[in-house]
Design a protein around this ligand. Structure first.
Ligand SMILES: Cc1cc2nc3c(=O)[nH]c(=O)nc-3n(C[C@H](O)[C@H](O)[C@H](O)COP(=O)(O)OP(=O)(O)OC[C@H]3O[C@@H](n4cnc5c(N)ncnc54)[C@H](O)[C@@H]3O)c2cc1C
Length: 409
């Protein structure tokens, strides 16, 4: 490893590998410092179509087409009473291949992404735990890292934090703000042999609402006849009054969710129940002098619309172009590095608004679309991840009107 780079990227998840690929493609020297040895487990398997353009640009599309990952072309929502919206097919609004995406095993996908960054010229180092970002006179100048207990300082013109939920720089700078509206907990596991959809529904994500804690289950089909099943619910309700073992709560909730239970009949559970909690937050800003936040290290939104990897890829791509331009112009100030912020944050905010709507107890997709059928296209566009445009904003006007009316009635 050299002692100095144009850019150091901390973390080799989808956000980190995207920004590293974009920078290496533009001839800059870039090192990715990743704490874990890959492959490593990671939750978050369902992609959405808006990932297409970035995956194409960084050269991942053909690799994904050749992979065994199930193709996903819809998402379906089922109420707590078992009533389904039917699948919202992305390919019905636009038959182009960009409307079809994948359900991925993240250990495999993240390794493919990082290998791809390496092929494009990024240097990738595993087993390097970055301890802190170094600053001189308010400007980031590099990182302090530990390699098997050996400390080292490495300098860079720009430091990118792509450490996911660890968000080491936002924590170091104390600019990380949890979202009080989305205090959720999650339990998840993997099953083999569940009843999957057929034909074009085989790779569909299904979201089942539950009665407990304004919650829901995800059903995500993966390769080898495996499905990922996760339960998301209000933090307090999920972990209070159900005994000490999360497995009991998880199984009890599946028992209560008839529509999901029938799909899991005869399936075998492959892993213990993983638990994670209280993850929605965002940082006050996307960049400062000599530093940038990408993916979950900037902010994380509740996973109900599977937007996390798309947001990591999008911020990685936008940030990569901004950083390359800044380095080439000799300007890595906050003003220069944060130019991608307004576009990115406006898109993320649209997704956030629809997440808040999902948790509004009055809301149902079916009820809303019965009254505002002209908004179905905008709704599907947001489910696709097409949020970086004002064109979809009339959906939020309609939702506000609908919400006002449902309060009055
Ligand atoms: C319960 C749950 C369900 C989800 N479901 C979905 C879904 O269905 N679809 C979807 O798109 N998204 C989903 N997500 C979100 C998705 O997983 C994330 O948005 C995505 O992984 C973000 O990518 P990233 O590159 O920013 O971070 P990560 O993928 O988390 O990568 C960060 C990397 O940084 C490394 N790292 C951390 N700290 C250090 C350090 N100090 N030094 C060096 N390396 C470090 C880690 O080892 C890791 O490899 C879900 C998330 C949760 C919590």
């Amino acid at each position: 490893m050299k002692s100095s780079y144009d850019c150091i990227v901390i973390g080799g998840g989808p956000g980190g590998s995207t920004v590293a690929t974009i920078l290496a493609d533009q001839g800059l020297s870039v090192a990715v410092l990743e704490r874990a040895k890959f492959p490593r487990h990671h939750v978050g398997e369902s992609l959405i179509p808006e990932t297409y353009a970035t995956l194409k640009r960084i050269g991942m599309l053909e690799k994904l087409k050749a992979s065994p990952f199930p193709k996903k072309e819809s998402v379906e929502f089922v109420t707590e009473n078992g009533k389904s919206t039917g699948p919202y097919y992305f390919t019905d609004r636009d038959p182009h291949e960009r409307s079809r995406t994948w359900q991925v095993r993240r250990d495999v996908f993240d390794q493919m992404m990082l290998e791809n960054a390496k092929e494009h010229g990024a240097e990738v180092y595993h087993g390097i735990n970055v301890l802190s970002v170094l600053f001189e006179e308010g400007r980031a100048t590099g990182v302090r890292a530990a390699d098997n207990g050996n400390r080292m300082d490495i300098s860079a013109k720009v430091v990118v934090d792509a450490t996911g939920l660890s968000a080491i720089l936002a924590r170091q700078l104390k600019i990380r703000r949890p979202d009080p509206n989305l205090r959720k907990g999650v339990m998840y596991s993997y099953y083999r042999g569940a009843t999957r959809g057929e034909g074009r529904d085989e790779g569909s994500t299904i979201v089942y609402r539950t009665e407990m804690g304004n919650g829901w289950f995800w059903f995500i089909p993966l390769p080898d006849n495996v499905v990922s099943i996760g339960l998301v619910a209000d933090l307090h309700e999920l972990f209070t009054g159900h005994g000490d073992d999360p497995t009991d709560t998880f199984h009890a909730e599946i028992e209560r969710c008839e529509a999901l239970k029938s799909r899991l009949n005869g399936a075998s559970m492959l892993t213990n129940v993983f638990v994670t909690m209280d993850f929605s937050y965002s940082a006050d800003k996307v960049a400062g002098d000599g530093w940038v936040l990408v993916g979950d290290a900037y902010g994380f939104l509740d996973p109900v619309y599977s937007s996390g990897v798309m947001l990591a890829l999008k911020s990685g791509e936008l940030a990569g172009d901004c950083i390359a331009e800044g380095i080439k112009a000799g300007d890595v100030s906050e003003a220069s590095l944060s130019r991608f912020g307004p576009e990115f944050c406006a898109g993320m905010q649209r997704m956030r608004q629809l997440v808040y709507t999902f948790y509004d107890p009055q809301f149902s997709f079916g009820g809303f679309l019965k009254k505002y059928s002209d908004q179905k296209d905008n709704l599907v566009r947001i489910l696709i991840g097409d949020v970086f445009t004002e064109e979809v904003d009339s959906l939020f006007d309609a939702l506000a009107e609908w919400s006002e009316n449902s309060k009055e009635s």
